[in-house]
Design a protein around this ligand. Structure first.
Ligand SMILES: [Zn+2]
Length: 257
């Protein structure tokens, strides 16, 4: 069985380049159906690379995919990564195009991965921003259960069971501003037994990765974060909306800080 990809971004979200090794490189058309479906409407020149390790974040957990490149060591990038997805068996597929579509990397070749840093930074700030909104909500409305988190640009929101109204927006905004100003650290830990975290995120067998803002909350999370709350920049609570008993708190963070 093909080995899982070692997800280096889970342990160090600051890396922007990594030297690693090619495991496979194949046209999308030769992938099994369930893996082909991870990329929509791929043109024939798109191929998929797996590597022993990766610093590129695969779409999931409410966070969009990274983009970047893969190149032979000491050479200009030859493969542009446009989408990263995780397979059911834990391999991470880097979809993209080669400068020369005829040439595929070969198993065992040493390559350098690069992450598009500005985009990653924005995604990390959006993700941490979501956790800050989540903590503000936990502190203000502890009885409201979180049901969904989306950290995509232009769509970022946190959703809760129960009803919230526009009158509560200034309250949430003030609490969020306070948490940003406090410049609290984002702490990542691994918990062997995540059973007391049940209902607070997807649980899997084995250790659960937990993100916490200054020890004030505990969220199972596989995403990338900035090191402290202030690094998110000013968070704007855009609006509060309601549908079928679910309230949505939409937010945004600046593109650059
Ligand atoms: Zn998260």
């Amino acid at each position: 069985m093909a080995p899982c990809t070692e997800a280096v971004y889970l342990h160090d979200a600051s890396l922007r380049t990594l030297t690693t090794e090619i495991i496979s490189h194949q046209p999308v058309s030769s992938l099994p159906e369930n893996e082909k479906s991870l990329i929509k409407n791929a043109d024939p020149e798109v191929s998929a690379i797996t590597t022993r390790q990766t610093i590129l974040y695969p779409q999931g957990g409410g966070q969009p995919s990274d983009t970047g490149s893969i190149a032979l060591a000491d050479q200009e990038p030859t493969f542009t990564v446009s989408l990263v997805r995780k397979t059911e068996d834990g391999r991470i597929l880097h979809f993209g195009k080669s400068a020369d579509p005829e040439t595929l990397f070969v198993e065992g070749q040493s390559v350098i991965q690069r992450v598009d840093g500005a985009k990653r930074d924005y995604h990390s700030r959006l993700h941490t921003g979501g956790h800050i909104v989540g903590l503000a909500m936990e502190l203000l409305f502890p009885e409201m259960r979180k049901v969904k988190a989306n950290h995509f640009p232009k769509e970022a929101c946190m959703e809760y069971e129960g009803l919230l109204y526009n009158e509560q927006k200034p309250l949430i905004q003030a609490k969020v501003d306070e948490l940003v100003q406090q410049d609290l650290p984002i702490l990542i830990t691994w918990v062997e037994d995540g059973s007391d975290l049940e209902g607070r995120g997807a649980l899997r067998d084995g250790p659960v990765r937990v993100a916490s803002i200054g020890g004030l909350d505990q969220n199972p999370c596989g995403g990338t974060h900035v090191p402290t709350t202030k690094l998110v920049g000013p968070i704007t609570i855009r609006k509060i909306s309601r549908q079928k008993g679910i309230s949505r708190v939409s937010y945004e963070v600046p593109l650059e800080v």
